[in-house]
Design a binder for this molecule. Structure first.
Ligand SMILES: [Zn+2]
Ligand SMILES: [Zn+2]
Length: 218
């Protein structure tokens, strides 16, 4: 594996923010700039990385709050799936209503990512997989034996589907028909909580694993 991954836990919901880079070329991307831009900037500087862009797995506020600060500091573009634009635009209002905090205006994307698209990270490639369910425009990034799963799949759990645009049926379908088709030894880096693997979740996940609740409902 050539890609290096640095994980930071950021913000009030302890979201995982990932800096992914090619060790040789020092080229990097940020996946989910959730909060605490200073921390991400410090790591980028310490490791002498050159960031190409910021990508979001989806548009919930806890995955995009540091985007504007990073964009300003590094002059780099921000990309998200088009189907999460509405959710992104509601981020401030939703956060105020449900968490009682004002997170300011959400960032505006500079472009959109689509299913099947590839993202170059130095000499490696990450592929965009559209995996709706937690939100309509949720995506995963897959390549070099790793999957960034956003809030679709967590260790021993799955993303909630009760927020606007969520669908339990779509989420189950995205996991079973897209993510679980990947090799068992693929390492999963979720939007919250610890890392896991495809093989472990296929077997033991209480929602979508072999004996899973959501799977039995189908
Ligand atoms: Zn979310
Ligand atoms: Zn989240």
């Amino acid at each position: 594996m050539t890609l290096k991954i640095v994980s930071h836990q950021v913000g009030p919901l302890s979201s995982n923010s990932y800096i992914v880079y090619d060790e040789g070329t020092r080229e990097a991307v940020v996946i989910d700039a959730g909060d605490d831009a200073w921390l991400l900037l410090e790591t980028l500087q310490e490791r002498k990385l050159k960031v190409d862009a910021i990508y979001a797995t989806h548009g919930h506020f806890d995955h995009v709050m540091a985007v504007d600060d990073l964009k300003q500091a590094l002059k780099i573009p921000f990309y998200i799936h088009r189907l999460d634009l509405e959710i992104l635009s509601m981020a401030r209002e939703m956060t105020r209503r449900f968490l009682g905090i004002d997170v300011g205006d959400p960032p505006s994307p500079d472009g959109y990512i689509e299913d099947g698209q590839t993202i170059q990270v130095g000499g490696e490639v990450l592929k965009v997989i559209h995996t709706p369910g937690h939100s309509p425009g949720s995506v995963c990034f897959y390549g070099d034996g790793v999957l960034f799963s956003g809030d679709l799949l967590f260790m021993g759990s799955v993303g909630r589907t009760d927020a606007p645009g969520g669908s339990a049926e779509q989420l189950t379908q995205s996991i079973l028909e897209k993510v679980f088709k990947l090799p068992d030894d693929v390492k999963v880096y979720p939007g919250h909580g610890p890392e896991t693997t495809i093989g472990w979740e296929k077997k033991h996940n209480p929602f979508v694993g072999e004996e899973g609740l959501l799977r039995r409902r189908r």
